[in-house]
Write a protein that binds this ligand. Structure first.
Ligand code: CMP
Length: 157
C-alpha cells in the first residue's frame, strides 16, 4: 500500500473545518499513519514550493502558509496518492468539481484548503520533509478486512 502527505492549510484551520476534511479521508477507508499541528516555517515551505519560486503568487503563498499552524497528515491506502488527489480536486477552488474537498470548501486559487502530494516520488520526499520516522505509526486497522478484499490487503501497491 502507498502513503501520501496531506497538509490541511491555514485557511481550513481558521474556518474550523479540520474535522470535516479529516472525516472524508477516514470515511474513504484511508489509514492515518501520522498527524500533527505545526506552524510551518518559511525555509521548509520555500523548499516544498521551490517549483513555484518564479510565480508571482510565491511570496503571498509563503505568507499565507506561515500565517497560523497547519495540520500535517500521512495517509495510507491502496493507490493512496492518486485516490487522495482525486478527493482533493483541482488546484483552483473555483474550478474544482463539487464533491471534491476544494470543490466543496474553496472559492480561491490560493486558499484551497489542502495540499496533497502530486505523485509517488513527491509523496516520499514530502513525507521525509515534514515527518521524523518516530512520528509515523505502524498499526493494524481493525476493520481492514471490510475495506479491502483479502487479495488487496496483501498486495504491495
Ligand atoms: P498546492 O496544491 O499546495 O500547490 C501550490 C499552491 O500554490 C496551491 O496549492 C495554491 O495554494 C497556490 N496557488 C496555485 N495557483 C495559484 C494562483 N494562481 N494564485 C495564488 N496561489 C496559487
Amino acid at each position: 500500500m502507498r502513503q501520501t502527505l496531506v497538509i490541511i492549510k491555514p485557511d481550513a484551520v481558521n474556518r474550523c473545518i479540520i474535522g470535516k476534511v479529516i472525516q472524508r479521508f477516514e470515511e474513504k477507508g484511508l489509514q492515518i499513519k501520522a498527524m500533527k499541528m505545526e506552524l510551518l516555517q518559511p525555509y521548509v515551505l520555500k523548499e516544498h514550493y521551490a517549483h513555484h519560486k518564479d510565480k508571482k503568487f510565491f511570496e503571498g503563498l509563503i505568507k499565507y502558509m506561515t500565517s497560523i499552524p497547519s495540520i500535517l497528515i500521512i495517509l495510507k491506502g491502496k493507490d493512496a496518492v492518486a485516490v487522495v488527489r482525486k478527493m482533493v480536486g483541482s488546484t483552483q477552488g473555483r474550478e474544482a468539481e463539487p464533491g471534491t474537498i476544494r470543490g466543496d470548501y474553496s472559492i480561491s486559487n490560493q486558499s484551497n484548503i489542502v495540499h496533497a502530494s502530486e505523485n509517488e516520488e513527491e509523496a516520499k520526499k514530502e513525507i521525509a520533509r515534514f515527518f521524523k520516522k518516530e512520528e509515523i505509526y505502524d498499526y493494524q486497522k481493525m476493520n481492514f478486512d471490510w475495506i479491502y478484499s483479502k487479495d488487496e490487503t496483501y498486495m504491495k501497491k
